[in-house]
Design a protein around this ligand. Structure first.
Ligand code: NOJ
Length: 765
């Protein structure tokens, strides 16, 4: 006991030191340890450390790993992901520690994306909370639960900027904006890694997918990206950098190419930018078979692409096993060097050292923690709060919402009593049957209302499309009846009720990996149902489930109230009911623009003005201007949009001065507004600050988010919100990729969304 305590203390001093700032003494000790170990290693053992295999609980490609046990004993595997529970992990770790020659412990990872067993809203949903402490807490709880179950490396946060809602993986990130995305990236890393790996309830983060994965052409997954460097630096790279600056221990190379070379073998990306410019010292891992897929990309045979990946700076090979199978040959043929192999191996071992595995390979195998720290009441309470804060009230005419806790509700739609789909995409560790359905939530929150149910529609009318998304343990429970029969029943049900709550939209697996859509409207059969329901004359509330911004112009024009609930996780149903019945006032704001139709994509608020800006004369269309014949340029719902049951009024902006000086160190202007809650409910508001650089050496966006504050205001209350805007906030990457601020005139905007703002101006001298 005494011995154990001493060990723990020694370990925590070393690790907490590392967590703060890796000091010289710690680094020297680590280096000595790792180099001594590497001296004993054969080439095959070194390559084994670079081999990351999948354990079988989840696969995200066509390959799975085989003969895992034999390979571990032979020292041919460095890590494994998608296995869980302390018992299983201990057994696997024992194979490495007791039966392999050098007893090097393995690393255990998993995609813990929006919670572990206690599921939180999908990332796009939680990003709509604009609440950094909430997001950090989600990541903290995820780490507590995952490590209690033996897992200490998560393939999260996913920080890819996405401006194309056709892309299914927009659900997994924080939307379109580099500033908001960077704040969230930092909060997630802080939450996962806590104060450092000394505590066994922290886990190593893996930032992904580096880089530009969200810019896939045509919104089709795994597709090509191509982008100018100024756009990359100003708009797409900041969240990766922010996550690394926050201390993320590892980063995953993306599937896509950049400048014609897949990220996995892109030396400019993985070495020049990541290591040399950004100074990243941690581990680079490929994505799932990302290395062998470069054969399909057209870069050569397996041996060639594996050598390319290693030489570019990709340390670990996820699933393809091309490193273990070909790098030996490449070394003999002098296609790679020993130094390159050693460097990658060293990074893996350093990570294991930092995680304390050489001191105790079973640090995370605590059966007792698994029993007491997973899926606790406290975690579920937090998940319910988080879900409530992620919902976005898109529209609410004549105060249709909140609903009274009495009377009769017609609860209609394929998602009204579905538990599994509440989990959302990328929830491999969750127990979906424990999710709270909307129907259960309504019963829990508003016990006195009478619920009349009708199926109304399937997700898709087309059985094949339905089957495509009824996967990964998330059935859509297809009803065999015809669309017309289901609609007729729904209409008859609606007629008997005071209000219709229609639970429609996407099934969970209509977003996520390999779930791109070319049509981002609500499936037609669901819209037909809505049309029939509206005709009954009953008020209709659309509870919209989605993992992406949808094109819902018709719904906007015809349905009085639309509450966007994403996929809320374990407590989704309770949280939705909290909002529907007014126990919680919605406060979410969109982190990605909702287009009017898919033809407007890519669409985002920080667009460039162009030489022929649209709308200059207050008209929707003008010949020879940058606009469409058939649809305005403006989105259906802009970035930052989200209503509340109460009303917030903004005062004009006041500035502490009108000029910022580059000569004065840390000079800043205070930008203030007073926000008053003039409605009838207490509520929360996200006050957003944007700037526009009026003239600069490369064309400026019309607006850029530079700050936000989420404030709570009691009914009738006012608060003054102040942002300090400094020279750093005005900087951008110029044509030479230098991060500069250029003197001149600026506009500053503060408001409730990117399009509803107050405006003022100042200059930079
Ligand atoms: C492929 C996905 O692109 C990535 O996000 C994930 O972390 C890996 N599979 C591992 O499951």
């Amino acid at each position: 006991m005494k011995h154990q305590l001493a060990l723990i203390l020694a370990l925590s001093t070393a690790l907490s030191l590392f967590a703060q700032q890796p000091n010289a003494a710690y680094l020297a000790k680590r280096e000595a340890y790792v180099l001594a170990l590497m001296k004993k290693m054969t080439l095959d053992e070194k390559l084994g450390q670079l081999n990351l295999v999948v354990g079988g609980e989840a696969t995200t490609g066509s390959s799975v790993s085989t003969d895992v046990e034999t390979k571990i004993k032979a020292g041919r595997i460095g890590g494994i992901f998608s296995v869980s529970t302390p018992g299983r992990i201990r057994k696997i770790q024992e194979l490495a520690v007791n039966q392999s020659r050098l007893k090097i412990p393995m690393i255990f990872g998993m995609d813990v994306i929006h919670g572990y067993k206690t599921l939180f809203p999908i990332p796009l949903g939680i990003s709509s909370s604009w609440d950094m402490s909430l997001i950090e807490k989600m990541a903290r709880i995820s780490a507590v639960e995952a490590t209690a179950d033996g897992i200490f490396w998560t393939f999260s946060p996913m920080v890819d900027i996405a401006r194309d809602p056709r892309w299914g993986r927009i659900a997994e990130g924080s939307g379109e904006d580099p500033y908001l995305g960077s704040q969230i990236a930092k909060a997630m890393v802080k939450g996962y890694q806590g104060k450092g790996y000394a505590q066994t309830n922290t886990m190593m983060a893996c930032v992904k997918h580096f880089a530009l994965y969200g810019a896939a052409e045509a919104g089709r997954d795994y597709h090509t990206t191509d982008m100018s460097k100024v756009r990359m630096y100003n708009e797409y790279l900041p969240p990766y950098k922010a996550a690394l600056d926050a201390g993320a221990g590892s980063i995953m190379a993306s599937f896509n190419e950049i400048d014609g070379v897949p990220a996995t073998a892109n030396k400019w990306l993985l070495t020049d930018l990541l290591r040399r410019q950004w100074g990243f010292k941690g581990l680079v891992v490929s994505d799932y078979t990302g290395i062998s897929e470069m054969v399909n990309h057209g870069l050569g045979d397996l041996q060639t692409v594996a050598a390319k990946a290693l030489m570019a700076g990709n340390d670990m090979d996820m699933v393809s096993e091309s490193y273990v199978n070909t790098l030996g040959k490449s070394l003999r043929e002098q296609k790679v060097t020993q130094a390159q192999i050693d460097l990658a191996c060293r990074r893996v071992l350093e990570m294991k050292y930092d995680l304390g595995l050489f001191t105790d390979p079973y640090r995370y195998c605590d059966e007792n923690r698994a029993k007491t720290e997973i899926f606790t009441t406290e975690h579920r309470t937090e998940a319910r709060k988080a879900a409530g804060k992620s919902f976005v009230l898109l529209k609410n005419n004549q105060q249709t919402l909140p609903l009274p806790k009495r009377g009769t509700i017609a609860l209609i739609g394929p998602l009204a009593d579905n538990k599994e789909n509440m989990a959302g995409t990328w929830s491999v560790s969750g127990d979906f049957t424990k999710c709270v359905s909307l129907e259960e939530g309504i019963k829990n929150v508003a016990g006195n209302v009478t619920i009349l149910k009708a199926r109304g529609s399937n997700i898709y009318s087309n059985a094949r499309l339905d089957a495509n998304v009824s996967i990964f343990g998330k059935p859509t429970n297809r009803d065999p009846r015809s669309d017309a029969d289901m609609i007729a029943e729904a209409v008859a049900t609606a007629q008997k009720a005071d209000v219709v709550v229609a639970a429609l939209g996407e099934a969970a697996e209509m977003t996520g990996e390999a779930s791109s859509r070319s049509d981002i409207e609500i499936p037609e059969n669901q819209r037909d149902l809505l049309k029939a329901l509206i005709k009954t004359g009953k008020p209709v509330v659309l509870v919209l489930f989605t993992g992406r911004p949808l094109a819902i112009q018709w719904e906007h024009d015809n349905i009085p109230a639309i509450l966007n609930v994403w996929f809320g996780g374990t407590e989704a149903g309770n949280a939705i009911a909290d909002v529907l019945f007014g126990d919680v006032n919605p406060s979410g704001k969109l982190s990605a623009t909702f287009p009017r139709n898919a033809g407007q994509i890519p669409i985002y608020y920080s667009y460039k003005n162009t030489g022929r800006p649209y709308g200059g004369n207050g008209v929707d269309f003008a010949k020879f201007q940058s606009n469409y014949l058939d649809v305005p340029n403006s989105p259906l719902y802009p970035f930052g949009h989200g209503l509340s049951y109460t009303k917030f009024e903004y005062s004009p902006i006041t500035l502490s001065k009108n000029t910022l000086s580059m000569a004065v160190p840390k000079d800043a202007i205070n930008v203030s507004v007073t926000v008053t809650n003039t409605g009838n409910y207490d509520g929360e508001e996200v006050v957003q600050l944007y700037i526009r650089d009026k003239v600069r050496s490369i064309t400026p966006p019309v607006k850029e988010l530079k700050g936000f504050q989420k404030i709570a205001l009691k009914k009738g209350e006012s608060k003054t919100v102040t942002f300090a805007l400094g020279v750093e906030d005005l900087k951008f990457y110029n044509g030479e990729l230098k991060f500069v601020a250029e003197p001149g005139e600026f506009l500053v905007f503060v408001g409730t969304s990117s399009s509803e703002v107050k405006e003022a101006g100042f200059s930079l001298k």
